[in-house]
Design a protein around this ligand. Structure first.
Ligand code: F6P
Length: 368
């Protein structure tokens, strides 16, 4: 039988998402109610294995007081990072070049030193893969699925996504009037990495005319044809939603930069589509990149509730002796899935998705 839990830790990793604080609050209160101590690790794992950088403490006690009034706040009170994956930590080699070094053993030692019996790791695919490595090394770990991208396969939804999509839809709504006033093509680029969920759901809800997603490589001429058809039929403006990971047929994803030890940064897809459409149709076009605006703000009720449910369920899972699992939404319940399954593959938009079919029935073009 697993040793009794006395003290657990929680951390938040990867890009922030609305709902992180709600998870922290729920997990902290549920742990305290079991007589456990709860600590928060700052900035992913940095607070644990780079103590010199945290003179005020990289591992901080979380109390009822420290989590009071945070449920509705965006961001994370613990901080986060999507740099310096501890399994592939950027390190200067003897010859001066930067190489990746596995520092997970140092973290395992730090867990012991801090008397941390178990970890709740809140994150997306990257952070959950890191969490899995610690579970494999013997740490008791429960993952909580976070990401505005909604690209984790073993949960119906991740928290943060609903807030991001709701905001993107509100932005698309607002762009209609200016697009119409100026008779322009308005291109809206949204985040989502290699999955088109945000673009698809906000595009359909916001009644876009064209939606370009990574799962369906587009032909720019077909997009221009759709816009020209609209013009012929009397519509003087068009709204085009572009996922940051969208790519033309035979082309590649637009990448801004690739740094050692972190995921590549995407960007530029919207600007490319805008220029091309202006060139082909002769119509004036403007590009709006929603970017990090999608990650901010107060979580929607839906996101708050699943975040609170996930936080509490993570503590329940530890209390039940579970480890190496992720809590996942499987309505009407929250179930546990092995971290291994959770991190094996991405959840892309399937071509048979009812939302894709709905879009097609409504005459929305995917540029294919
Ligand atoms: O994974 C969340 C996300 O917001 C992606 O949609 C986006 O590509 C990426 O993070 C941006 O990361 P950064 O904060 O490094 O710009």
């Amino acid at each position: 039988m697993a040793a009794k839990i006395k003290r657990i830790a929680i951390n938040t990793g990867g890009g922030d998402a609305p709902g992180l604080n709600a998870v922290i609050r729920a997990a902290t209160i549920a742990a305290i109610n079991r007589g456990w101590e709860m600590v928060g690790i700052r900035d992913g794992y940095n607070g644990l294995f780079l103590p010199k950088e945290y003179p005020e403490g990289g591992v901080v006690p979380l109390t009822r007081k420290s989590v009071r009034g945070i449920t509705h706040l965006g961001g994370t009170i613990l901080g986060t990072t999507n740099k310096g994956n501890p399994l592939r930590y950027p390190t200067k080699a003897k010859d001066g070049t930067m190489v990746e070094k596995d520092r997970s053993d140092e973290i395992m030692k730090a867990f012991k030193k801090q008397k941390i019996d178990a970890l709740i790791a809140v994150g997306g695919d990257g952070s959950l893969s890191i969490a899995k490595a610690f579970a494999d090394k013997g740490m008791r770990v429960v993952g909580v699925p976070k990401t505005i991208d909604n690209d984790l396969s073993q949960t119906v939804i991740t928290f943060g996504f609903d807030t991001a999509v709701s905001f993107a839809t509100a932005c698309i709504d607002r762009l209609h009037s200016t697009a119409e006033s100026h008779q322009r093509i308005m291109v809206v680029e949204v985040m989502g990495r290699y999955a088109g969920w945000i673009a698809l759901e906000s595009g359909v809800s916001g009644t876009a005319d064209v939606i370009l997603i990574p799962e369906i490589p587009y032909d720019i001429q077909k997009v221009a044809d759709k816009i020209n058809d609209r013009t012929k039929n009397g519509a003087k403006f068009s709204i085009v939603v572009v996922a940051e990971g969208a790519k033309p047929v035979g082309g590649s994803t637009s990448v801004i930069e690739k740094e050692i030890g972190r995921a590549e940064r995407l960007g530029g897809a919207g600007e490319f589509v805008t220029k091309e459409l202006q060139r082909i149709t002769g119509k004036e076009a403007r590009c709006v990149v929603l970017g990090h605006l999608l990650r901010g703000g107060t979580p929607t009720t839906f996101d708050r509730l699943i975040s609170l449910r996930f936080g509490a369920a993570a503590v329940r899972a530890l209390d039940e002796g579970k480890s190496g699992i992720m809590v996942a939404l499987d309505p009407p319940t929250v179930r546990y899935v092995p971290l291994e399954e959770a991190t094996k593959r991405m959840k892309n938009v399937p071509m048979t998705s009812d939302i894709v079919l709905t879009a097609r029935d409504l005459g929305i073009s995917f540029g294919d």
